[in-house]
Design a protein around this ligand. Sequence first.
Ligand SMILES: Nc1ncnc2c1ncn2[C@@H]1O[C@H](COP(=O)(O)OP(=O)(O)OP(=O)(O)O)[C@@H](O)[C@H]1O
Ligand SMILES: O=P(O)(O)OC[C@H]1O[C@H](OP(=O)(O)OP(=O)(O)O)[C@H](O)[C@@H]1O
Length: 226
Amino acid sequence: MSPDTVTLALSKGRIFDETLPLLRAAGIEVLEDPQTSRKLILPTNRPDVRVVLVRATDVPTYVEHGGADLGVCGKDTLIEHDAAWGGAARAGLYRPLDLGIARCRMSVAVPADFDYARAVRQGARLRVATKYVAIAREFFASKGVHVDLIKLYGSMELAPLTGLADAIVDLVSTGNTLKANRLVEVERIMDISSQLVVRPTALKVQGARIRPIIDAFREAVRARGA
Ligand SMILES: Nc1ncnc2c1ncn2[C@@H]1O[C@H](COP(=O)(O)OP(=O)(O)OP(=O)(O)O)[C@@H](O)[C@H]1O
Ligand SMILES: O=P(O)(O)OC[C@H]1O[C@H](OP(=O)(O)OP(=O)(O)O)[C@H](O)[C@@H]1O
């Protein structure tokens, strides 16, 4: 990465869309639309700032290892990233700001006709399908519920409908996906929103470029909340 360019890692979709207003508040306009362009490096109106498009789960890795200087990713992704590397928050990722975007919650859901409370009361061993194994493991361990975790990479809602699992741990926002698949939310594990992540060494080397962006994001988040 050129020391003269700040690289921001975003994922396509809601994170890109919801970060755009914050970038605008920092005076940064992305000059290409990822919906129509196949480019993975997008220029901005600032010659010293560019955006790279990566998978949501890859944002922490890009920032930590220098493929990008800063990025935006969900708290869910960050917790799972930390867990994959031993548990504690990684020193390679500074997390200066909760952006309050891509808001949702991490929940346990089961088929409408599954008596979850009874299964838990009776000490049954639950089969739980999820992409978020660290969050699920920690949650059920804290409740003393025995689980067999089944790692999936998407379409978690399908697992209980096909007999693969008794329950899922997944993100819920409107609840429409659960409803469409006749699942009900039985536990709310945590609220989720997206965070700004920055590589500490990038902040050291490029502080004069990166700090004003963080400050503008902070001000935009504050103004939106006011
Ligand atoms: N329905 C939702 N409403 C609001 N925010 C959500 C919702 N689903 C996911 N999010 C948040 O947005 C982030 C990005 O979600 P997105 O669907 O773009 O990627 P993903 O499919 O989870 O990741 P990957 O492509 O790497 O598997 C999630 O990590 C989460 O924090
Ligand atoms: O409560 P709702 O508003 O219905 O949102 C919940 C859905 O959103 C997420 O999927 P997403 O839309 O990101 O699709 P994905 O499977 O491609 O990740 C999540 O995995 C749920 O399936």
